[in-house]
Design a protein around this ligand. Structure first.
Ligand SMILES: C[S@@+](CC[C@H](N)C(=O)[O-])C[C@H]1O[C@@H](n2cnc3c(N)ncnc32)[C@H](O)[C@@H]1O
Length: 389
């Protein structure tokens, strides 16, 4: 079920897996509205009782396994909107800062890993006396963060650095934080924090598939065969990013779905033109990945132009759009069970990171930090080893 997406081709392994369980007709028969509700709600959705009993049993089991407590701060008076910050990001930043409060006073320095535009660093700098440093490898974002911090009386500082390439970014007394620190960045931050004199760690992960290696090995000391069993290939880690209810970190769920459908149409047109399109995302090679958010005709025009090919006419593009719409609808329905497993994967990585730090003397709390509407990537932990100070 995890390894293959149903493709409507005879003998397709992904469809066979669902068929063998007796799930395929029920999933494919879902109306557009039911599909939308199940995708958006995920484990929290009300799954129709007409679904096969074994599928409903899986949903129930996953609900139990993924049931982590809420770390969300109690609702307070509304804060005024911050300039240069989207409301959803502001809500994430405020919840993160509230979760970190209990340990902030003990840190000699706060280090924000993958600080982006610096929203979290500015929030934290207003709360603590200790210096706040943002580490970010994109110089354009560092410039932007510095510009936004300039108006503050006591502002954070920023360094342009690739955290993965620098072993010595943390020093004794640091509190290390990451809000949507992607993939390997989250793991490396946890590993380095566990090894040194770091006093506290706070992390909300995302995009677990963003890593240099082909697999993710567990960080914590798992017994026996579990280390091998819990070594997850990069392609599967991407599942956690598609988890139901996903409001992408950068674009809305509807935008992401529409973009995916356009890329399917483009892939079909390229293949019809004799182009071999191998690997995920290969159809938009040479274009910015946001290109798939443009109208299909524009996307096709640009992708064909990049390859020096004759651009298909409007009728052909329409045909591709219809083909992609049918296939995409079918795939989305068949992907529902896979997506639920994506949340399990995300919870596993959360607990693995937390356990790694616990093994090294940290006290750790884990849970959801904000509602899925604020961000579907909402699993957090806060860890501190203040008792040893
Ligand atoms: C999803 S964004 C989150 C940004 C910010 N923390 C926020 O919540 O708005 C992840 C950030 O990590 C940065 N990043 C990724 N890998 C990095 C690395 N190896 N070293 C430093 N920064 C990195 C990216 O450029 C990006 O700004």
């Amino acid at each position: 079920m995890l390894d293959a997406l149903p493709d409507r081709a005879d003998g397709d392994e992904g469809a066979l897996v669902l068929e063998r369980r007796g799930w395929l007709p029920a999933l494919v028969g879902l109306s557009d509205d039911a599909l939308e509700a199940l995708e958006a709600g995920g484990l929290a959705a009300s799954w129709p009782t007409t679904m096969p009993a074994s599928l409903l049993a899986l949903v129930e089991e996953l609900r139990v396994l993924c049931d982590v407590p809420s770390l969300a701060p109690p609702p307070g008076p509304p804060t005024s909107p911050r300039r240069h910050q989207r409301p959803r990001k502001q809500a994430q930043v405020e919840a993160f800062a509230a979760g970190l409060q209990p340990v902030l006073a003990f840190a000699r320095r706060i280090v924000d890993v993958g600080s982006g535009h610096g929203h979290l660093t500015r929030e934290l700098a207003a709360l603590v006396q200790a210096p706040v440093v943002g580490l970010e490898y994109n110089p354009r974002l560092v410039d932007e963060a510095q510009r936004l911090a300039r108006a503050l009386s006591v502002g954070p500082s920023y360094e342009t650095t690739n955290v993965l390439a620098d072993d010595h970014v943390f020093v004794d007394g640091d509190c290390v934080v990451g809000l949507h620190a992607c993939g390997e960045l989250g793991d490396v931050m946890v590993q380095r924090a566990g090894g040194g004199g770091v006093v506290a760690v706070g992390l909300v992960g995302c995009c677990l598939q963003k890593r240099r290696g082909a697999v993710r090995q567990p960080l914590s000391a798992l017994p026996g065969e579990l280390t091998t069993q819990c070594t997850v290939p990069k392609a599967l880690l991407g599942l956690s990013n598609l988890a139901p209810g996903d409001i992408g970190v950068e674009a809305s769920r509807q935008d992401n779905l529409a973009g995916r459908e356009r890329r399917l149409a483009l892939r079909w047109l390229l293949e019809q033109a004799g182009v071999e399109v191998v690997g995920a995302g290969a159809e938009i090679a040479g274009l910015n990945r946001r290109a798939s958010h443009q109208p299909l005709a524009t996307l096709v025009q640009r992708a064909f132009a990049v390859r020096g090919l004759v651009v298909p006419d409007a009728a052909r593009v329409d045909q591709a759009a219809r083909w992609a719409s049918t296939l995409h609808g079918y795939r989305r329905r068949c992907a529902l069970p896979r997506q639920l497993l994506g949340r399990l994967l995300e919870v596993f990585v959360l607990l693995d990171r937390a356990l790694f730090l616990q093994e090294r003397g940290f006290q750790v709390v884990v849970g959801t930090l904000f509602a899925p509407e604020v961000s579907a990537r909402n699993l957090a932990f806060f860890a501190s080893r203040l008792q040893q100070e």
